[in-house]
Design a protein around this ligand. Structure first.
Ligand code: BMA
Length: 357
C-alpha cells in the first residue's frame, strides 16, 4: 500500500466514523471495551485464548497461500488471537520488516474479526537515527521526545501507525479492536527503546507521547498492553494509560532457565494484577524449532494453567528460515502434542471465543 491509498482509506474511515457517531445510539461500548469484556471473561472463566504471530500469511516453508495456516492444518481451527507487527509502516512502506504486505495484513485482520477472533499488534520500529529496532544507539529516545531534533519527524511515524490502526473495519463499519503493545521488551539493551538506552522517565514520556497521539486521533479501539520490568515500577504508565499487562519470555537451551523466567515473570504480573487491577497475558513465548515433542503439554501448559492468564501467544513460523519456528506445523514431531494442548478444556481457539461474548 502506498501513502495515497492509506490516505484514501483514512478519508473513508473518517467518513464512516462520522456516520456511526450520528446514527448509532444503542451501542455504548467502544471496540476496546468490547475486547476488554472478552479478556475479562476469559479470566473469570479460567480460559486461556491461544494466539500466534502471522499465522495465516505464511508458515514453515510456505508464504502467501490464501487460506493456509500452520495452525489450521494441524487442528482445523484458527488461533483465537492473531499477532501482527507494524515494523516498517513508519516509512509508509507497503510491507513490514518480515515482508508481510500491510494490505494483506489488514485483510487477514478483518477475516479474523469476522470469525469472532481478535488481533494484537506490536511495532518493531526502525531506529529514527538509522538502522532497525536492534541498532544500538544511545540517546535515540531523547531525540524523538518533545524538543528533540527528530520529534516532528517521529510524529509522522506515529501518524502512519495510527492510520493503520484506524483502517480496519468490520462489515458494519465499526473499527476492529486491537491489543496494542508498543515499546515491548524494554527491559534489555536489544531495542533502541530499551532500559540501557533511555532513562526510565524518558520511557514513560515515550509511552505517554504514543498514548496521547493515538487518543488525539480518536482511536477508541485500542487495548493497551504494557510489559512491566522487574524492579522498575517507575516506568509503569499511569493506571488509566494501560489496560492489560504481559511479558515476552522464550525458552533457549536450558529448560530450567525458562521455568525460572516464566515463574518470576508470572509473579511480577500477578503483583501488577493485584496492585493495578489489570488482567495478565503471555504476550510472546515459544521454543525456537520446538525441540521437545511434548513442549506444549509438558512445558508451556503447566507454567500457565493456574495463573488466570487471558491469552498466550506463540511467535512466528518463518517461511524463509527453516529453524525459526515457534509453533508446530503439519508433519512436525510435536504435532500430536500440540493437538492435545489445544484440546484441553481451558485452551480456547477462535471457535471457542463465542463462549466468552
Ligand atoms: C523477531 C524475529 C525476527 C523478526 C522480528 C519481528 O523475534 O522473528 O526474525 O523480524 O521478530 O517480527
Amino acid at each position: 500500500m502506498n501513502i495515497k491509498s492509506i490516505n484514501k482509506t483514512l478519508i473513508a474511515s473518517a467518513f464512516t466514523l462520522g456516520t456511526i457517531a450520528c446514527t448509532t445510539t444503542t451501542n455504548t461500548q467502544t471496540p476496546a471495551q468490547e475486547l476488554m469484556a472478552v479478556i475479562n471473561k476469559s479470566v473469570e472463566n479460567n480460559k486461556i485464548m491461544f494466539g500466534r504471530q502471522d499465522d495465516p500469511v505464511y508458515g514453515h516453508n510456505w508464504k502467501y497461500e490464501p487460506n493456509r495456516s500452520d495452525t489450521y492444518e494441524v487442528i482445523e481451527d484458527y488461533p483465537a488471537i492473531m499477532g501482527w507487527d507494524l515494523g516498517g509502516i513508519e516509512f509508509g512502506q507497503d510491507k513490514n520488516l518480515d515482508g508481510v504486505p500491510f494490505d494483506v495484513m489488514r485483510e487477514e485482520i478483518i477475516k479474523q474479526d469476522a470469525r469472532g477472533g481478535f488481533n494484537t499488534i506490536s511495532w518493531h520500529a526502525y531506529n529514527p537515527l538509522g538502522g532497525d529496532s536492534w541498532t544500538e544507539r544511545p540517546g535515540v529516545v531523547t531525540t524523538i521526545l518533545p524538543g528533540g531534533e527528530k520529534h516532528e519527524e517521529f510524529q509522522t511515524w506515529l501518524s502512519h501507525v495510527a492510520d493503520f490502526l484506524g483502517s480496519a473495519q468490520d462489515s458494519d463499519g465499526n473499527l476492529i479492536p486491537f491489543i496494542f503493545r508498543p515499546w515491548h521488551e524494554h527491559d534489555g539493551a536489544w531495542f533502541w527503546w530499551g532500559d540501557k538506552w533511555a532513562t526510565r522517565e524518558e520511557y514513560r514520556q515515550l509511552w505517554d507521547m504514543t498514548y496521547d497521539y493515538m487518543q488525539a486521533r480518536g482511536l477508541d479501539n485500542l487495548v493497551w498492553c504494557y510489559m512491566p520490568m522487574p524492579d522498575a515500577e517507575e516506568k509503569t504508565p499511569q493506571v488509566d494509560r494501560f489496560d492489560i499487562v504481559g511479558f515476552d519470555t522464550y525458552q533457549r537451551e536450558d529448560p530450567n532457565a525458562y521455568i525460572d523466567n516464566m515463574n518470576s515473570d508470572m509473579a511480577m504480573l500477578e503483583y501488577y494484577r493485584e496492585k493495578y487491577n489489570k488482567p495478565i497475558c503471555v504476550s510472546e513465548t515459544g521454543y525456537e524449532s520446538v525441540k521437545d515433542d511434548k513442549w506444549f503439554t509438558e512445558m508451556l501448559y503447566p507454567l500457565i494453567k493456574d495463573h488466570k492468564v487471558s491469552y498466550v501467544l506463540l511467535w512466528r513460523n518463518a517461511w524463509d528460515k527453516p529453524e525459526h519456528f515457534y509453533s508446530t506445523y503439519k508433519g512436525h514431531s510435536s504435532e500430536a502434542d500440540f493437538q492435545e494442548f489445544i484440546g484441553f478444556d481451558d485452551i480456547i481457539t477462535v471457535k471457542g471465543i463465542k463462549d466468552l461474548k
